[in-house]
Design a protein around this ligand. Sequence first.
Ligand SMILES: Nc1ncnc2c1ncn2[C@@H]1O[C@H](COP(=O)(O)OP(=O)(O)OP(=O)(O)O)[C@@H](O)[C@H]1O
Ligand SMILES: [Mg+2]
Length: 236
Amino acid sequence: MNKLRTPLLDIKGLYKNFDLYNLDKEIKGCQNINFSVFEGEFIGITGTSGSGKSTILKCIYRNYLPTKGEILYNSDIYGVLDLAKATERQMVRIRKDEIGYVSQFLKIMPRVTAKNFVKEAILEIGGEGELAEKEAIKMLKHFKISEDLWEAYPNTFSGGEKLRLNIARAMIKKPKLLILDEPTASLDNGSKVLVKELIQDLKSKGTTMLGIFHDIEFMENVIDREYNMTKGSINE
Ligand SMILES: Nc1ncnc2c1ncn2[C@@H]1O[C@H](COP(=O)(O)OP(=O)(O)OP(=O)(O)O)[C@@H](O)[C@H]1O
Ligand SMILES: [Mg+2]
């Protein structure tokens, strides 16, 4: 049935190599990756450490420029666009309006309060102030970020607090496509449940998601399909 629809994301023959010039060596990040993601699906990627999972997500979000291959993304703004060839300008627009990304490692802006960090994401996509404030508070409450921390700077937050804040910021935009790199890896069980609840909620509202999960059993009843990576290649 899926075969008749245009995929939201269609990855064809994707390769990413890293040239380490100083060592005169080439490292293979991922090789000949082929898979599709259809609208509304939640796809899980598993695989051993170093097999190339994060590399694929970083190519989609264009943290990395692919070496070879196509990443066809069905954009609301541009129609079908090859993210491997899109301009920087197009990528800025796509990142702002359509694709959200939660990194495996914590990234926190210095000198922005926790509440504003989450709120800014809504302002960025043109939401107005009062609504952004309400939504941000709702999100902070959902992720059980203590009210004492809302006006504090996240650089002193615990690892789990930073991660929950990062996820809150990515999810609050309700992007068309959300890519998640091990969003639950360093969380306690209670926090994992909060992430899962929001994933379920976003899914029911139509967000398509592609996530790397170390503990995929935890997502079992939400995941539609799973891909497993071994040494740079992928299998369904
Ligand atoms: N920027 C980079 N420069 C050089 N090599 C890189 C770079 N990024 C990734 N690699 C290499 O590519 C391979 C795949 O890395 P990747 O981060 O995609 O693995 P992963 O499957 O996400 O692993 P993990 O489960 O540990 O997060 C590794 O051998 C890694 O060393
Ligand atoms: Mg990784």
